[in-house]
Design a protein around this ligand. Structure first.
Ligand SMILES: NC(=O)c1ccc[n+]([C@@H]2O[C@H](COP(=O)([O-])OP(=O)(O)OC[C@H]3O[C@@H](n4cnc5c(N)ncnc54)[C@H](O)[C@@H]3O)[C@@H](O)[C@H]2O)c1
Length: 342
């Protein structure tokens, strides 16, 4: 009889986000045990495994899928590998946590999620911001009617600096890679589906991003089924650091969040009042949410129940990103139904 009190986990892809999840799973999740790491760059797998005392380190992820002692996989490999690995992991009967975005095409997403459905395994998508304390409180304010009926949503989501071009090339681009978090946040906060999007975008930060067919600056207007109108502002660069804020206006008031700072010191001088910059990037800003999401996944895999963020949520964020991309390319508002005919 397998020990149902501990989930044995294999991690696939140990780059920027994989290293973070590996550290959490190895030391911070009492009911999860990180037992294996796979990365096509074998040294990366070996290095992380040695760092965290993980017994198995391999270059081939299928080794993990073939191991009956491994109950679940955490997929942190490049975006263009997700759908294939999900499908194979589901067929192998593993519970699956997968980083966002699910994949870049709906056809592949639907094949992967159908395999999950058939296998009856737990699937959670890594839309971690739903676990962030600031955004949870905004959601709660809406849910509890603290601001009355919501009218307007505004999300600001700017990175401190662009990722490497090698990452940009396989990322799916700004809408599918970066704004995907904000499309999910919009659905999460307003608790209504987006029916139409209208996006403007440009290459203002770095011409190299334009040269590989991507954009680095975007504003997207969202129209929700419940009448709310929203805007999302994205930039791949902000001189003052990671800028992650939300604001909702409703009939009885407003809720807004600020950035998170490493300290609360404010220095007042003869010329200016200043403070330190916000927490610099996702590893610092969303630390607590990354731990909370994998803890939720481990609990669901062991105890059952609905995943905190489902495959359908992961899919819908991709649908909105594809709609925004189409809107930008065709320079017109796009009905979400144009993208998703199911
Ligand atoms: N939720 C978040 O906030 C967040 C943040 C960063 C990245 N991500 C997502 O996580 C994924 C990885 O991003 P990253 O920034 O860590 O990228 P990265 O390039 O730093 O790391 C990816 C790693 O996966 C490995 N890899 C690629 N194909 C593989 C395969 N077939 N088998 C095993 N390993 C493989 C690469 O060798 C590399 O080590 C992307 O899908 C990205 O969108 C999410």
């Amino acid at each position: 009889v397998p020990d149902s009190s501990v989930l044995n986990i294999g991690l696939i892809g140990v780059g920027r986000i994989g290293r973070l999840h590996a550290a959490n799973l190895a030391h911070q999740v009492p009911r999860g045990r990180l037992v294996a790491i796979a990365d096509v760059i074998e040294e990366a797998a070996l290095h992380s495994a040695a760092e965290h005392g993980v017994p198995i380190a391999v270059s081939e992820y299928r080794t993990l899928l073939d191991d009956p002692e491994i109950h679940a996989v955490v997929i942190c490999s490049a975006t263009d590998t997700h759908a294939q690995i999900i499908e194979e992991a589901a067929q192998a009967g593993k519970h699956i946590f997968c980083e966002k975005p699910l994949d870049l095409t709906l056809a592949r997403i639907d094949t992967a999620l159908a395999a999950v459905e058939r296998a009856g395994v737990v699937f959670q998508i890594g839309l971690n911001r739903r676990f962030d304390a600031n955004f949870r409180r905004v959601r709660q304010a809406v849910e509890h009617g603290e601001i009355g009926r919501p009218w307007q949503l505004h999300i600001v989501s700017r990175d401190p600096a662009p990722p490497p071009i090698s990452y940009v090339k396989v990322s799916g681009g700004l809408f599918l890679d970066m704004a995907i978090h904000d499309f999910d946040m919009a659905r999460f906060l307003i608790d209504s589906e987006v029916e139409e999007v209208y996006a403007a975008a440009a290459v203002l930060v770095d011409e190299a991003i334009g040269a590989v067919g991507d954009v680095d600056t975007a504003v997207t207007i969202l129209k929700f089924a419940n009448g709310v109108i929203g805007t999302i502002e994205n930039s791949r660069s902000a001189a003052y650091g990671y800028d992650q804020r939300a604001e909702i206006l409703g009939s009885a008031g407003m809720v807004q969040t600020e950035n998170n700072y490493p300290n609360t010191a404010v220095i007042s001088g003869g010329q200016t009042v200043h403070r330190d910059l916000p927490l610099n990037f996702f590893m610092e800003r969303y630390t607590q949410s990354y731990l909370a999401e994998v803890t939720a996944f481990v609990n669901t895999a062991l105890d059952g129940g609905a995943p905190a963020v489902s495959g359908a949520d992961g899919r819908q964020a991709v649908v909105l990103a594809l709609a925004a991309l189409k809107s930008f390319r065709e320079n017109r508002p796009v009905r979400v139904a144009e993208i998703d005919k199911t």
